[in-house]
Every structure is written in C-alpha cells, then in structure tokens.
Design a protein around this ligand. Structure first.
Ligand SMILES: C[S@@+](CC[C@H](N)C(=O)[O-])C[C@H]1O[C@@H](n2cnc3c(N)ncnc32)[C@H](O)[C@@H]1O
Length: 370
C-alpha cells in the first residue's frame, strides 16, 4: 500500500489548504482531504519509534495521483521530513472506459449478461448486436480483467462491464429498457440458497427492466436449480415461460463444454415479459435532518439490508465521524458520516434501494425521523 513515514509533525488546526489540497477536519487519526479529483481520508498513526506512518483509508479509495498530492501537501503543512516513501514508483492504473462503477448511469444499456465468466457469450452478444450496448455484470475480478483485455484486443466498443453483485445492479436500470437478460450456468448454491442469482427480487427487477416481449434466459446444468427457478418464475404474472431440454445453443461456454463431456442434461428457461412497468423512481435522497444520537454498535439485520455502526472518531466536542456498514446483506457498503447538527455522508452511498432503505432506517433509529 502506498504510504509515507515522516518525523515529528507540528500542531495544525483544521481546516487548512495547501495549494489545491484541502484538509477538511481531523477526527482522531483520520484526516478528511479534498483534492481536485478526490475526497478521501488519510490515516496518521504514531509508531513506536515516535515517527508517523501516513497512509490512506481504503474505504474512501483515492486514485494514486491524488494520494501523491495529499502526501506532498501534508508534509508541507506539518513541516515534516520524509523518512520513507514507496509511492514514487507506483504507476497509475488508467481508468478503463468500459469498466463501469456502481454510481455510473446505466440508462443506455440494452442487454445484460449476469456472471459472464470467461466472456465467450458476452463477446458473441457484442458482435451480434453492434448497435446495442451490452452490460456484463460479474463478481469475479480476474474474469473482469480478462474480458476487458479481450474487448481491447478485439476492438469491441459496445460492451461495458461492472464488478458487482448483479442482484443489486438491476435495481439501477430504468424500467422497460432491456431486450434481454442472460443468466448462463449460475452457481447453484445448493447449500446456500440465499446466494442464488435467481430469486423473487431478481425476477421482479428483471420483469421491470425488460421491455414488453423482452426475455430473461436462464441456462443451467443443475436439475435442482432448474426446478427451483421454474417454481420461482411461476409465482409471476404477465409472463410466458418456455422450457427446453438439451437444446444446443449458439455459443458453448467453458462450463457448458465441461458438462457436455460429462453427458449432463442442460435446461433452458425463457421468461418472456408481457408487462409494461411503471417508471423507476430513483430519486434517493441521502440527506439527514438532524444529528444522529444514541448510537448503538450492535449490527442490525433486516430482510433487505443491514446497518452496523462500527466506530466513532472524535473531531471536537460537537462533531464526529461515524464509520458504518450499510446496505445489501451480501455486498454492504462501508461509509463515513460527518455527524454534527446537519450530518452528511463523507462520500454519498451508491444510489441503490438497499442503501436508501438503510439510510432511512439510520435516521429512524438514531434521530427519530421516520
Ligand atoms: C458457473 S460460472 C458461469 C460463467 C459463464 N456464464 C459460463 O457459462 O461459462 C458463474 C459465474 O457467475 C458469477 N457470479 C456468481 N454470482 C454472481 C452475482 N451475484 N452477480 C454477478 N456474477 C455472479 C461467478 O463469479 C461466475 O463467474
């Protein structure tokens, strides 16, 4: 991790500004920093040898160029000497325009593939639909990296990829937008069914995001997952279900090749949507009205989200920085809240339903706003 070690620091009152780097506040060992291209926290820890280790806080994830700027400004502000640094040699990873972030706009997506793995089918979709934008959602980072390389190599420009849980991402896509959603060979999770991609919420969100006559295609080699999914789909109205067994498909993925060698049965379910859904109301208001009081550190688990206040860092007698985990149970988000008369998130949580529900519950629990 890029860090510096410096000798003694002069006392400084915050806020401060050094060139274009603003030091916003100090909350125990954390310092709030704003640079032209970032807002993050530095962590300053006193070492046994009386020197100070300065590193960045991982939750607020700055980019290297901004950390460098912040370290330089920090040294200048505190009139410190650098004893060690390992940042000069670190190269910036260039942002890849095809790699999206959960905060990015998804309103131009036409087709979604969930859990694309090696990406064979994703690339096929891109070539078959040159005028459509395909979004591949995958939780496995190496698969993301591999596919990004392939896209570059093959000069494919109509694919975007997102490294996140697909069950969360669908809730960000506008209604009646997608012509197809593909879920090929999802992990069956026989022992942990709550981790399955196909579930009632996912089908509901698929139906909302699919155009009229758009379809969700599930392809699986698992009898159990097939039966389970069919039963889940049957709970929905205004859909057609088409079921096939051992039908060859245009692209054979790595998984499919493996199952074919084992002579396993392969099942397809097509869920064709006939409903026009109401527009997505995505105006999540993440503001607070008053200070959060009587904080409680026990994790709280609800049906769709979690809230866990982890630690409080003191700024002064009236202000503090709260570190918490909120949002989806499987992919919670780590956040900081600057808690004073009118609290604000140090960085806004991603605009997804689970974070918003957690935000509302935070207000209800700790400042009586319902
Ligand atoms: C068994 S592999 C199938 C890969 C590919 N579709 C194929 O047919 O070769 C399942 C893939 O789904 C991904 N995955 C599992 N759960 C996911 C989720 N909730 N959101 C996005 N991807 C997920 C896994 O990382 C894995 O790459």
């Amino acid at each position: 991790m890029p860090h510096i070690v410096v000798d003694n620091l002069i006392d400084v009152k915050y806020p401060q500004k050094v060139n274009d780097v603003e030091f916003l506040f100090k909350a125990d060992e954390l310092i709030g920093v704003k640079t032209p291209n970032g807002k993050f926290l530095l962590k300053v820890l006193k070492k046994e040898d009386e020197n100070y280790l300065v590193k960045y806080d991982k939750i607020t994830r700055p980019i290297i160029s901004e950390i460098k700027k912040a370290y330089e400004a920090f040294i200048k502000l505190h009139e410190a000497n650098v004893i060690f640094e390992n940042i000069k040699g670190i190269k910036e990873k260039l942002p890849n325009k095809n790699l999206l972030n959960i905060e990015d706009d998804l309103s131009n997506i036409d087709i979604v593939e969930v859990g694309f793995g090696s990406g064979r089918h994703l690339i096929h979709l891109a070539k078959e639909n040159p005028n459509k934008i395909i979004l591949g959602i995958e939780i496995h980072k190496p698969s993301i990296e591999q596919v990004l390389k392939r896209l570059e190599h093959e000069k494919i420009t109509n694919v975007r990829v997102l490294n996140h849980d697909a069950r969360i991402i669908l809730s960000k896509i506008p209604s009646n937008k997608l012509s197809a959603i593909y879920v090929h060979f999802p992990v069956p999770w026989d022992k942990k069914p709550h981790r399955r991609v196909i579930n009632k919420d996912f089908i509901k969100e698929s139906q909302r995001t699919l155009k009229k006559e758009g379809f969700l295609h599930l392809r699986t080699d698992s009898d159990n997952y097939f039966n389970y999914s069919l039963n889940e789909f049957l709970g929905f109205d205004k859909i057609d279900l088409k079921v096939k067994k051992n039908m060859p498909y245009i692209v054979s993925s790595k998984y499919e090749d493996r199952w074919k060698k084992l002579n396993k049965d392969i099942y397809d379910i097509y869920m064709i949507n006939h409903e026009i859904s109401p527009e997505l109301k995505e105006n999540f208001d993440f503001s607070f009205e008053k200070k959060l009081e009587n904080l409680d550190f026990t994790p709280k688990i609800y049906d769709n989200f979690v809230i866990h206040i982890e630690k409080v860092f003191k700024i002064d007698d009236t202000k503090e920085l709260i570190r918490a985990t909120i949002g989806n149970f499987n992919r919670p988000e780590h956040i900081y809240i600057l808690n004073d008369e009118k609290p604000v998130y140090f960085k806004k949580p991603a605009p997804i339903k689970e974070n918003y529900l957690a935000h509302l519950e935070l207000k209800r629990l700790f400042n009586g706003v319902s």
